[in-house]
Ligand binder design. Structure first.
Ligand code: LMR
Length: 328
């Protein structure tokens, strides 16, 4: 390599992997669990890192740790309260130890698409949820979108009865446990990083996730196709600790939050397309994608929607009403 080529290669490596932080720069560690390519969160996290490191050079430096290389989602919030990591973006399903209000987002068929999720989050009800964990030391900074969840198993799933008796991996959410139990299935809470192995070895038969997660972690390779149920959502809260946020100089905090806001707006506008591309990549890999007709879909709704009643008190009827008004 020529010197110039070496310099370019080094720059590219630093940009895509971990950025080297200079002495005196405040280090912002961002830990997450997904892959970085063809993934709404992975792409957004990389863009945030790039902009912080360019525009806040000399003041702050962001290091992104994707793919659960630093923490799983069940450890990251504790680590954040200890000051070991400053930023994370767990799915809204993973905050149960801190608030039960986010259970709204896990209720099956609560939101018809990500635009409805976006509109709810932008409302007063949605914005105030970001502050709901302040007493526990956590501050929500932004919602990042992934997309609608699909179901897969080691057998075809067309009717809800097809899931009866099967074992499903779920995120650590009691709503998702109840949803699988409504189907007569056995739910098992499990970290994202363990799902591929568990599907492959038959520890569980099936799972639910977005196209980008099914593609990014190759779940389609160890399942009998994917059924387009669109029955729920995966969305994220970019979160930090109240202590860390309070420790920032006002102008540093403002600059960081401005960059985060711009990255959020830019990448949230693309999340649906990223998932459509992942779906296409799954089809291109030769996996089967099954569509439901209206009757089949109605059966899934009928069996799963009663789960709402079990969690009404946790999420607040006013939040359900606000979400439904937006969905109408
Ligand atoms: C999961 O555990 O399935 C998801 O929350 C992973 C993610 O961050 O999208």
């Amino acid at each position: 390599l020529t010197t110039a080529a070496t310099a370019i290669a080094l720059t590219v490596t630093a940009g895509t992997a971990m950025a080297a932080c200079d002495d005196g720069e405040m280090v912002i560690k961002f830990s997450h669990v997904t892959n970085t390519d063809k993934h709404p969160k992975g792409i957004a996290a990389s863009l945030l890192q790039e902009r912080v490191n360019e525009e806040m050079n000399g003041v702050a430096c962001m290091e992104v740790f994707p793919n659960s290389t630093l923490y799983n989602d069940d450890k990251v919030l504790e680590a954040m309260l200890q000051g070991d990591v400053q930023l994370a973006a767990p799915s809204l399903s993973k905050f149960e130890k801190f608030t039960k209000k986010f259970r709204l987002f896990d209720l099956p068929f609560m939101f018809k698409d990500i635009r409805a999720v976006d509109a709810f989050q932008a409302s007063d009800a949605g914005q105030s949820l970001m502050d709901s964990m302040q007493r526990r030391g956590l501050q929500g900074l932004a919602y990042w979108h992934n997309g609608m969840k699909q179901m897969s198993a080691n057998v075809p799933l067309m009717e809800p009865g097809d899931a009866d008796g099967l074992k499903f991996r779920v995120q650590s959410s009691d709503v998702l446990v109840a949803q699988m139990e409504a189907l007569g299935a056995s739910p098992q809470k499990m970290s994202f990083s363990e799902v591929y192995g568990a599907l492959q070895q038959g520890v569980v038969d099936g799972q639910e996730n977005t196209w980008s997660n099914i593609y990014g972690k190759k779940f389609f390779e160890v399942q009998d196709g994917i059924t387009q149920t669109d029955h729920g959502i995966i969305d994220y809260l970019v979160v930090t600790s109240v202590d860390w946020l309070d420790s920032l100089e006002p102008e540093v905090r403002d600059q960081f939050l401005t960059i985060l806001g711009e990255v959020t707006e830019q990448r949230n506008a693309e999340s649906t397309q990223v998932n459509l591309d992942a779906k296409q990549a799954i089809l291109d890999a030769g996996s089967e994608v099954r569509e439901l007709d209206a009757d089949q879909r109605a059966k899934w709704v009928e069996i799963m929607k009663p789960v709402w009643d079990q969690f009404k008190d946790d999420v607040g009827q006013e939040n359900i009403d606000a979400a439904q008004a937006i969905n109408a």
